[in-house]
Design a protein around this ligand. Structure first.
Ligand code: PLP
Length: 385
C-alpha cells in the first residue's frame, strides 16, 4: 500500500537535496565547528553558509539567526529570555489558539507571578486585534502571537500587531513555525523582535530550529555553557541539522510561488471535492486568509478519530482536531476557542499538503471520503433519523 501523506503541518518529508547536503557531515566532516584546526573550521564555514541561506529566506541579517533544537525551544527561549531581561514588568499577552509550546510556557509562568492574558478569536479563527491593543499597558513585558495557526492555517496580522506593540515599547515575538516556507516572511522592514522556526516543518529534519533575534533585543539565554551562537544559546551545534535547514530554506525560497499556486490549487481541489460529496461538512477557519496547504474540515455527527482510522486503511495520513485526554475525546483548544459546535468539532480533520502532494493523491483521498462519512454516520448516535 502506498502512503498518501497529507499531514505536513505535523511534519514533512526531508527533501532529497537536503539529505544529500547533510550526509557528509556525519561520517566524513565530523569536526567541531568551534575547533581551531582546519578540519573543524571547514564545518564552521558550512554553518556560516547555512546562516546566510536562512537569513536570505527571512530577509534578516545572518547574525540575527540563533540555532536551537526545535520550534518548542525557540518559543520557550523567546518567552523566558525576554521576561528575564525586561525587569519588573509582569504581563504577557498571547492568544487562546497558540501552540502548546507557547501556551504551556505562559501558563507555567502564571504560577510564578506573571499575569497572562489570552486574546480570543472569532468563529472564523481570526484574532481579536482590538482586544489585544486594549490590553497592552505599562506592565506588559511581552506580546507573543503566532503567525499562522497549525490547525486551521488562519494567518494573523502579526505585522500590524508588531508595529502597535513596538510603539508602546513592548517586545513582540511571533511563532512562525507553520508559516515560514509556506508564505512569504520578510523581516527586513518588520517590527517583530523575535521569530521562531522549526526545521521539520519545512523539509529539513527533526531536531533543529531557529530563533530570529533582532539586533539590539535583550534576551537572557535559556541554555548557558559554551560560547556558541554568540552566547545566546550554548551547546555544540547540531551540525548536520543546521546544514540541512540552510538547504531547506534555500529550497523554500525557490518554491514559495509553487506553494501559493500549485499547492494551494491542490488544497482547493481537495476541499471542493469533499464539500461537494459529503453533506453536513464545512471548513473551519477564515478561507480567505490561511496557509495555502491547510484545510480543516468538520464532518457533523461523527468522530475525527474514526475518520482517521478509516483513512489509514487506505494509507491516507491526516490528523484530527480532537485529542484523547483522560480516556475521552476532547475537541482541540483551537476549535473550542472558535466556538465550533461540539458535534462538528469532534468530527474535524486537518489535511495539510506539501510540494510533494500530487493531483492523483488529492483525487484518491477525496474519493474515499463520502463512503467513510456515510458508514460512520450510519453508526453515529448523534445523527437524527
Ligand atoms: N509552534 C507551532 C505553531 C507548531 O505547529 C509546532 C509543531 O507542531 C511547534 C511550535 C513546535 O515545533 P517543534 O515540533 O519543532 O518543537
Amino acid at each position: 500500500m502506498t502512503t498518501v501523506y497529507m499531514d505536513n503541518n505535523a511534519t514533512t518529508k526531508v527533501a532529497d537535496e537536503v539529505v544529500e547536503e547533510m550526509l557528509p557531515y556525519f561520517g566524513q566532516f565530523y569536526g567541531n565547528p568551534s575547533s581551531m584546526h582546519t578540519f573543524g573550521g571547514q564545518v564552521g564555514k558550512k554553518i556560516v553558509e547555512a546562516r546566510e541561506r536562512i537569513a536570505s529566506l527571512l530577509g534578516c541579517s545572518p547574525d540575527e539567526i540563533v540555532f536551537t533544537s526545535c520550534g518548542t525551544e525557540s518559543d520557550n527561549t523567546a518567552i523566558r529570555g525576554v521576561l528575564e531581561s525586561v525587569g519588573m514588568r509582569r504581563k504577557i499577552i498571547t492568544s487562546r489558539v497558540e501552540h502548546p509550546a507557547v501556551l504551556g510556557m505562559c501558563r507555567q509562568l502564571e504560577g510564578h507571578g506573571y499575569m497572562v492574558v489570552e486574546i480570543g478569536v472569532d468563529k472564523q479563527g481570526r484574532l481579536n486585534v482590538d482586544e489585544l491593543k486594549n490590553c497592552v499597558d505599562d506592565d506588559t513585558a511581552l506580546v507573543t502571537i503566532m503567525h499562522a495557526n497549525n490547525e486551521t492555517g488562519v494567518i494573523f496580522p502579526v505585522e500590524e500587531i508588531a508595529r502597535f506593540v513596538k510603539s508602546k515599547g513592548v517586545v513582540f515575538h511571533t511563532d512562525a513555525v507553520q508559516s515560514v516556507g509556506k508564505i512569504p516572511v520578510n523581516l527586513k522592514d518588520s517590527a517583530s523582535d523575535l521569530l521562531s522556526i522549526s526545521g521539520h516543518k519545512l523539509h529539513a529534519p527533526k531536531g533543529v530550529g531557529v530563533l530570529y533575534v533582532r539586533k539590539g533585543t535583550r534576551l537572557t539565554p535559556f541554555m548557558v555553557g559554551g560560547h556558541q551562537e554568540s552566547g545566546k544559546r550554548a551547546g555544540t551545534e547540531n551540525v548536520p541539522g543546521i546544514i540541512a535547514l540552510g538547504k531547506a530554506c534555500e529550497l523554500a525560497e525557490q518554491n514559495i510561488v509553487h506553494e501559493n499556486t500549485v499547492v494551494k490549487g491542490l488544497r482547493d481541489r481537495l476541499e471542493k471535492k469533499i464539500l461537494e460529496t459529503c453533506p453536513d461538512s464545512f471548513v473551519n477557519g477564515d478561507v480567505e486568509n490561511r496557509l495555502p496547504n491547510t484545510s480543516n474540515i468538520s464532518f457533523e455527527y461523527i468522530e475525527g478519530e474514526s475518520i482517521l482510522m478509516m483513512l489509514d486503511r487506505y494509507g491516507i495520513c491526516a490528523s484530527s482536531g480532537s485529542a484523547c485526554t483522560s480516556g475521552s475525546l476532547e475537541p482541540s483548544h483551537v476549535l473550542r476557542a472558535m466556538g465550533v459546535p461540539f458535534t462538528a468539532a469532534h468530527g474535524s480533520i486537518r489535511y495539510s499538503l506539501s510540494r510533494y502532494t500530487t493531483e492523483q493523491e488529492v483525487d484518491f483521498a477525496a474519493e474515499k471520503m463520502p463512503a467513510i462519512v456515510n458508514r460512520l454516520r450510519e453508526l453515529s448516535p448523534f445523527v437524527k433519523t
